[in-house]
Design a protein around this ligand. Structure first.
Ligand SMILES: [Zn+2]
Length: 442
């Protein structure tokens, strides 16, 4: 039997600017969303403030900052046609907001009044912010990354600290022009947390998900060595009543593995466009973005063969009717949040899902990936109060599962389906809280 669990609703929002939370999404220079922000040249100069190199109360002593900064830049360089030039600079403060800055793209952690001001009253839960300057053509001319001087950062997974590398990797995505993703396990997911959520270090955002990779390739293209990149899937979705299916998540999974390769949102007209895809066969799914209420059942749109340089059009009228439940949160170790659960191949884990109107007698849990399976009869209901319904289930993860983000779905007896897109992330760092440890404790 499970021991009683403590409940924490961990809602950690890391919103950097006024852009709304979207799927792998790029930032736009205009309201009509036609001009995507990006750097004109693939070579981007970055200045690391000396505030990182002096004794700094916000950095755990002996953190190897330079290596961490270099690694987080390299993480993006490896997958797209960009290059950074890193220098050390005496500058300490973010450029004041305005049409243009000082021309220096600074990464800083200094406790100056300008840097403190950028966090306003959000001093507790935000790890960093990025301020971007761009010209009328949508070319980024400067981007400053400010680590929250009210917070502490570490590189060793210390509980209560933000992970420096995960934070920088996420912010560099913004510096390059990406907005937030609605794929749970993506580095560009809006929800970032401190070490200690799920009783684990929060290293997940150090490495890019396929969704992040497709997003950055949509802006800059792949490195020349990637010969199968890139193809495009685009289309228009309509509701059964003929109206535009706006704010739907549309995502592509590698058919063979079930790994999420990219996800986007439809716009107000129901249009979507997934760029930056490598060649291969994809299964495409759509569901209304969960906003904490019942919405339309998810459905598979079809399978698509993506080839380099080609655009595949996939337009459809959705058949999905309403569903009378909602899935919104994922959870682990008794905590429910909007952070993907990091897991390892070859292990079993007890995973939670939270939402509305979930009853283990009426629902099954499923996976598109052949590498992940449900332990029979493991679905259990938990009482988390009237506002939220929570069930847990045990999963078995095959030892050959490729690293990356995977979905699971909750499905009613009437086949109403809701996905947690990317709620499970297969990582190389170890999550020791697998089920065998839990059993050993009891
Ligand atoms: Zn962000």
């Amino acid at each position: 039997m499970l021991k009683p669990i403590k409940f924490f609703l961990v809602l950690l929002l890391l919103i950097n600017f006024s852009f709304s939370t979207m799927a792998y999404t790029t930032q736009f220079a205009d309201e009509a969303e036609t001009v995507r922000l990006h750097w004109k040249n693939g070579t981007i100069p970055i200045a690391l403030s000396t505030s990182f190199l002096k004794q700094n109360p916000n950095l755990k002593p002996d953190s190897d900052v330079i290596s961490v900064v270099q690694r987080s830049l390299k993480t993006w360089e490896k997958v797209a046609n960009i290059e950074f030039e890193l220098v050390i600079a005496d500058e300490q403060s973010v450029s004041p907001s305005g049409k243009s800055g000082d021309g220096i793209s600074l990464i800083t952690i200094a406790q100056t009044s300008e840097n403190l001001a950028i966090f306003g009253s959000d001093t507790e839960e935000v790890s960093a912010r990025t301020r971007i300057f761009y010209n009328g053509k949508g070319f980024i001319t400067e981007a400053d990354i400010i680590l929250n001087p009210y917070q502490q950062f570490s590189t060793d997974g210390s509980i209560g600290y933000f992970d420096l590398e995960a934070t920088l990797t996420h912010e560099i995505g913004h510096l390059l022009g990406l907005a937030h993703s609605s794929v749970f396990g993506a580095t560009m997911c809006a929800h970032q947390g401190k070490n200690g959520i799920y009783n684990l270090p929060n290293f997940s955002s150090r490495t890019l998900g396929e969704d992040d990779i497709a997003g950055i390739r949509a802006l800059y293209g792949a490195k020349n060595t990637e010969d199968s990149c890139c193809g495009i899937i685009s289309g228009k979705l309509l509701l059964a009543n003929g109206k535009a299916a706006k704010k739907f998540q549309v995502w592509a999974e590698e058919t063979e593995s079930g790994r999420i390769m990219a996800g986007v949102l439809t716009n107000a007209e129901g249009n979507f466009r997934i760029e930056g895809l490598q060649g291969g066969e994809y299964s495409i799914y759509a569901q209304a973005l969960s906003e904490g209420k019942f919405s339309i059942s998810a459905e598979e749109l079809g399978k698509v063969n993506v080839t380099k340089g080609k655009t595949f059009i996939l337009s459809q009228k959705l058949s999905g009717g309403a569903k009378n439940f909602d899935v919104q949160y994922v959870g682990f170790n008794g905590q429910i949040s909007e952070l993907a659960v990091p897991i390892n191949g070859g292990k079993s884990y007890l995973v939670y899902v939270g939402g509305k109107n979930l009853d283990p007698n009426n629902f099954k849990i499923g996976f598109n990936s052949p590498f992940i399976s449900l332990t029979p009869n493991s679905i259990t209901r938990h009482d988390y109060g009237a506002e939220l319904s929570v069930i847990s289930f045990e999963i078995k993860v095959d030892s050959k599962t490729p690293a990356g983000e995977y979905s699971f779905f909750v499905q009613s007896k009437n086949n109403e389906t809701g996905f947690i897109v990317g709620g499970l992330t297969v990582e190389s760092f170890v999550n020791p809280w697998n089920s065998y440890f839990l059993l050993g404790d009891e």
